[in-house]
Ligand binder design. Structure first.
Ligand code: PLP
Ligand code: COI
Length: 343
């Protein structure tokens, strides 16, 4: 199969339309059989639940070309499970896990020419999503839904790739206790847009959100969880009921413990202790692990000893091991890699 003529090494994190996407519709209490389509547009009622009351959720995962030329996805079963949790919280029907995995396989195989080559630094980003599609005017769940899954080739989420970024402590809250911060609801991202535009206009790459109740504990950013490294090389990640349970973070904590022999701890992290960490990174499917060099809290700077030039040594090892697993250079734990058959 011939690859598309794309400048893989210079891709940013932008949408590029690919050939096929998967669509399934839910009506009268059941999903239809679904399938691939070339049509990248969606036509829905003006009064659709998603347009009026933001009834939508989504996922994000990637397909990779391995060193030996296979195409694989990374732990897609966990994306299916998290989408199930998002759907339940938003009163949407669950798209069955086996069908989710089948849709991933089909979309990747149909767009194999867009899967960036091994070593290019790019990957194929997959975006499954679901929304309420029929008319609702009273505040209540839709009766009809659409599940879609498209693919788009992407480069690094932050310009500069592995260069450390600068973030600020946000004055806006992202998620309330007992709210929707732990699911991947579109509404969580709509309300973060003002904060990210403001952060960018002030020269910051991202926002660090603190817990909404006390403003003393570290939560996450708009699109990634935090990983910290202590001066004695312990890996620490914030525990909170209002952050997204990142699949990358869960994988990194496993890698830290089982591949690198480090202590890994998920616990509450107070903002006051952040200045004492040796390294900081943002982790997620899009972010992979993006090192943070500096955090600015209303003019007060926290500069990590790892500096602004390169990743700290522990974050670098985590990055190398995780991407090694994803690209087939390092043996994966059982069940982490799903190979896609391409005809
Ligand atoms: N936190 C938020 C708010 C996100 O949007 C994401 C991205 O999906 C993550 C964390 C990272 O999650 P994952 O590693 O599963 O991509
Ligand atoms: C991801 O990492 O997949 C995300 O969804 C983060 C962001 C692009 C919303």
């Amino acid at each position: 199969m011939e690859k598309k003529n794309i400048d893989w090494g210079n891709l940013g994190f932008e949408y590029i339309q690919t050939d096929k996407r998967y669509v399934s519709n839910y009506k009268n209490g059941a999903w239809d059989e679904g399938g691939l389509t070339s049509d990248a547009t969606v036509a829905i009622m003006e009064c659709a639940g998603v347009l009026q009351y933001s009834q939508s959720c989504f996922e994000g995962l990637k397909a990779y070309t391995t060193e030996d030329g296979r195409i694989v996805t990374f732990r897609p079963d966990l994306n299916a499970e998290r989408m199930e949790a998002s759907a339940r919280r938003l009163e949407m029907p669950v798209f069955p896990k086996e069908r989710f995995l089948e849709a991933v396989d089909q979309v990747v195989a149909a767009n194999a020419a867009y899967v960036p080559p091994y070593g290019s630094g790019a990957t194929l980003y997959l975006r499954p999503f679901m929304f309420g599609s029929d008319a609702v005017i009273g505040v209540k769940p839709s009766h009809e839904y659409q599940f879609r899954l498209f693919a788009t080739p992407v480069g690094p989420y932050f310009k500069g790739g592995a260069k450390p970024i600068t973030i600020r402590v946000s004055d806006y809250d992202r998620a309330a206790p007992h709210g929707t911060g732990h699911i991947k609801a579109g509404l969580n991202y709509a309300m973060s847009l003002h904060a990210i535009v403001e952060a960018h206009s002030q020269g910051y790459d991202e926002n660090m959100y603190l817990d909404a109740a006390t403003r003393t504990k570290v939560e996450e950013t708009g699109g990634a969880n935090f990983i910290f490294v202590t001066k004695d090389h312990k890996v620490v990640t914030p525990k909170s009921g209002s952050i997204l349970p990142s699949i990358t973070r869960r994988s990194l904590m496993y890698v830290a413990e089982h591949y690198l022999g480090l202590e890994a701890e998920e616990r509450e992290v107070s903002f006051a202790e952040v200045k004492d960490f040796a390294e900081c990174g943002l982790c997620g499917t899009a972010a992979v692990i993006s090192p943070v060099g500096k955090i600015v809290d209303h003019g007060k700077e926290i500069c990590f000893p790892s500096g602004m030039e390169k990743m700290g040594p522990v974050i670098q090892k985590l990055y190398d091991t995780l991407t090694g697993i994803q690209m087939g250079r390092v043996e994966a734990p059982e069940g982490w890699i799903r190979e896609i058959k391409v005809d």
